[in-house]
Design a protein around this ligand. Structure first.
Ligand code: GLC
Ligand code: CA
Length: 542
């Protein structure tokens, strides 16, 4: 049985702002991605996912889109986008672009027209504009909270200067939510999908794919803070957190059944294009809800946030793998595995930081890449980068501002990549370090691409080896999969004698086999006996 390319794809997430800068302004650009396509292709991935590069005031690093069918001048031109897609294709790489259907930037023409128009007008009906409650409508229409902190409504001043209606924003106030009950909004999104597929895009990553449909009766909710906490990625997976998430299905804004109808239309459009176009949903939902997103007539993949936030513990990891596979049983959709993205702490930082964090991160990567389905790698993960430790004055994430510094936000994982050299800007661009949009750590000299390029013990070599074997080893293509946990050691058995062994326990573990990939130089071999110290792992041929 042959599957379309995305069933077993390895996808590399490019965050354009921080990938590579070619004009020396301190910000990555599309030409920078084109320049480094050979680097990406040599990793052995099948596709790239480009985080937004559309026209945007960058209040949320481009997830505040002012024109979804454009390129922001800071990233380049539409011709650059065309060239990037074509050159990626010439290297055998598929291209996914990010679509942001839930909201627009307040700078989008639509929102500006809505502000200028009257309450009840068709212009306002593209968003959620409501009158406030209480005397003079001075209270917000509902008690819904923003994911980024604070209330999810902002009051406007009407064109005549009087205090006016309120508009909904589940994220920053610069990101008004669109009204998906409005046909015009749906058609506009379809036009955006067509636009990028016509340019050659092979698919989409769908931003906040669980939030577009709203309960149009706008009810208050019992636990307004709790429901939005469930979208936070900086909270580790605990039983309490899982309970909190269990409440989400009744939410007036998250994971509603009306989404199915929306995604059926998307699917129909994608299917009408030649080639295997696909879409992956950014939706953190319980396993019994994934059918709405990938049940066959809707999208193709859904991100697996339980795995992304999993604790460093063999039993927990095995449990998440089991739940993931059970949730998708009987569906056409392959599971997806990612350890990080631009919204989450980098893996070594999440797993304790420092040398120990890096060891765990590299061992956990062996698990992600040994499983059936698709794997996503966030830029810099292959270098085992940690989060940048930023001075507060450098922070830009709206989360930082909206929570008054209570949450640091996501800037730490978005620091520009180190390519070469032993001091900032580490070959990121011709710029002087002061012009970088976020400052880089002083101790990244050993983490650059150049420093790792020729070091067989490096994270970069490990990633290249895993990505090569993903396609070369017949055992990883087979449907066989068995998990075993004992004394903190996780063993994944695939076909053709392939085994992945990862030691999360406190003492060394011995096993047998021939090493295919090891996560750390301390993994030792004597005859056919392999010793795995704590926080290491390897792939074995048995
Ligand atoms: C998604 C993006 C995140 C963004 C948010 C609002 O979660 O991944 O970066 O801030 O949507 O668009
Ligand atoms: Ca630039």
């Amino acid at each position: 049985m042959t599957h379309p390319w995305w069933h077993r794809a390895a996808v590399y997430q490019v965050y354009p702002r921080s990938f590579r800068d070619t004009n020396g302004d301190g910000t990555g650009d599309l030409q920078g991605i084109i320049t480094e396509l050979p680097y990406i292709a040599a990793l052995g991935v099948n596709a790239i996912w480009l985080s937004p590069f559309y026209r945007s005031p960058q209040h949320d690093s481009g997830y505040d889109v002012a024109d979804p069918r454009s390129v922001d001048p800071m990233y380049g031109t539409l011709d650059d986008a065309r060239e990037l897609i074509d050159q990626a294709h010439a290297r055998g790489l598929k291209v996914l672009v990010d679509v942001v259907p839930n909201h627009t930037s307040a700078d989008r023409d639509w929102f500006q027209q809505a502000l200028a128009a009257a309450p009840g007008s068709p212009e306002r009906a593209r968003y959620h504009f409501l009158d406030g409650r209480g005397p003079e409508g001075a209270e917000p229409p509902t008690n819904w909270q923003s994911v980024f902190g604070g209330i999810a409504w902002t009051r406007i001043t009407e064109p005549d200067g009087t205090p006016g209606q309120w508009y909904l924003h589940l994220f920053d106030s610069s990101q008004p939510d669109l009204n998906w009950a409005n046909r015009e909004v749906r058609d506009d999104a379809l036009e955006t999908l067509r636009y990028w597929m016509d340019m050659g895009a092979d698919g989409f990553r769908v931003d906040v794919a669980l939030a577009m449909a709203k309960d149009m009766t706008y009810p208050d909710i019992d636990d307004p803070v709790g429901f939005i906490q469930s979208m936070r990625l900086d909270i580790p997976k605990t039983p309490e957190f899982a309970q909190q998430r269990a409440r989400v299905p009744n939410s007036p804004v998250l994971d509603r059944d009306e989404l199915v109808e929306i995604y059926r239309e998307w699917r129909e459009l994608m299917d009408s294009y030649p080639g295997d176009r696909m879409a992956v949903a950014e939706a953190w939902v319980l396993p019994d809800r994934v059918a709405n997103y990938v049940g066959g007539e809707t999208l193709h993949q859904i991100f697996n946030f339980d795995f992304l936030s999993v604790a460093w513990d063999a039993e927990t990891i095995a449990g998440v793998v089991d739940e993931t596979l059970a949730g998708l049983a009987g569906m056409q959709a392959p599971p997806t595995w990612a350890l990080s993205n631009h919204d989450t702490p980098r893996v070594p930082s999440r797993l304790g930081g420092g040398e120990e964090g890096r060891r765990r991160a590299r061992a956990l990567a062996l698990v992600a890449h040994a499983l059936p389905g698709a794997v996503y790698v966030y830029q810099g993960e292959e270098l085992a980068l940690e989060d940048g430790d930023l001075p507060d004055a450098a922070r830009q994430d709206p989360v930082w501002f909206r929570t008054n510094g209570e949450q640091k936000g996501r800037d730490g994982c978005r620091v520009p990549l180190p390519w070469s050299g032993d001091a900032p800007p580490y070959g990121f661009g011709a710029s002087v370090p002061e012009s970088l949009w976020l400052p880089q750590p002083r101790d990244w000299a050993e983490r650059t691409v150049n420093a790792q390029q020729d070091d067989p013990q490096s994270a970069l070599w490990q990633y290249r080896a895993m990505l090569r074997l993903r396609h070369a080893h017949p055992g990883l293509a087979s449907p066989e999969l068995a998990l075993d946990v004992a004394d903190g050691v996780l063993t994944i058995v695939r076909g053709a004698g392939f085994r992945c062994v990862v030691n999360t326990g406190p003492s060394s573990h011995s096993t047998t086999g021939r090493i295919l990939v090891a996560s750390d130089p301390s993994v030792t071999v004597e005859g056919d006996s392999v010793t795995l110290p704590p926080s290491t792992g390897c792939w074995l041929q048995c």
